[in-house]
Design a protein around this ligand. Structure first.
Ligand code: DXP
Ligand SMILES: NCC(=O)COP(=O)(O)O
Length: 237
């Protein structure tokens, strides 16, 4: 059984584009859970260009499924996560100006830093996950940080799958097998979609959770737009 955690960054992006509070991210999270989402993921960035730190606090009492906060553990992020105490924190090594996440951790180079951060989160009862590329040495490194889980960075898989290259799954299968041998839980995310999720899930053993945002919101627009246009036309008769 693989849990679906809905990443609501894009809802905040839409809200911020107009000022005001439409769409309301807390209401969206409540509705997403009502519709079956098994978790809510947010990825606050230091510039707060989509999810804001205050959103993370406002969501806390309303997220009764798994609450997953992702981000680079800079000082302000550490403080926020300690205050909000989500179910899980996913550590992602984003550069400040990155448009979106574009790489997993170098868990070997940053081992000492990650060990300290993971220990602090675990001491506060927060499950920890490390965002990594499907590279065996990096997964061994993630194990040495003391993290509970890894999140496999699936951008490369999604891109190759879209080009018809299903063999791109191989490094993810091997990564999943190693994670299982090492006793690491397995999450995955980035650019997963209705097009590629079934294949990914079927091929990857022990997949505990996927977090999906960009495609899920885009697909929701396309799958909903016909209905909404008809509703407007009915009101304009
Ligand atoms: C870690 C990951 O792959 C996602 O959290 C992704 O980075 C979403 O962030 P943006 O919504 O800022 O693209
Ligand atoms: N951890 C990945 C995530 O939360 C969503 O990434 P994406 O679906 O927006 O690419």
């Amino acid at each position: 059984m693989t849990k679906l955690s809905v990443n609501i960054n894009k809802i905040a992006t839409l809200r911020n584009s107009r000022g005001g509070d439409v769409p309301n991210v807390v209401q969206f999270a409540k509705d997403a859970q009502r519709f079956g989402a098994e978790g809510i993921t947010i990825h606050p960035r230091p510039d707060e260009r989509h999810i804001r730190y205050q959103d993370a606090r406002d969501l806390k009492p309303e997220v009764y499924t798994e609450y997953n906060i992702e981000g680079n553990p800079v000082e302000s992020f550490l403080k926020l996560v300690m205050e909000v105490k989500p179910t899980q924190v996913t550590l992602v090594p984003d550069a400040e100006d990155a448009i979106t996440s574009n790489a997993g951790w170098d868990t070997i180079k940053h081992k000492d830093f990650l060990v300290d951060v993971v220990k602090e989160f675990k001491n506060n009862g927060i499950r920890t996950s490390i965002f990594v590329d499907p590279v065996l040495a990096q997964i061994e490194g993630a194990k040495l940080t003391g993290a509970d889980r890894i999140e496999l960075y699936t951008e490369a898989f999604a891109h190759q799958y879209g080009l018809g290259n299903k063999a791109a799954i191989q490094s993810y299968v091997e990564s999943a097998q190693l994670a299982s041998e090492l006793g690491l839980g397995l999450n995955a995310g980035h650019d997963l979609s209705l097009e590629n999720i079934k294949f990914f899930k079927d091929e990857i053993p022990g997949l505990l959770e996927v977090s999906i945002g960009h495609a899920l919101i885009t697909e929701s627009l396309y799958l909903g737009v016909e209905n909404v246009i008809q509703m407007y036309l009915n009101k304009l008769k």
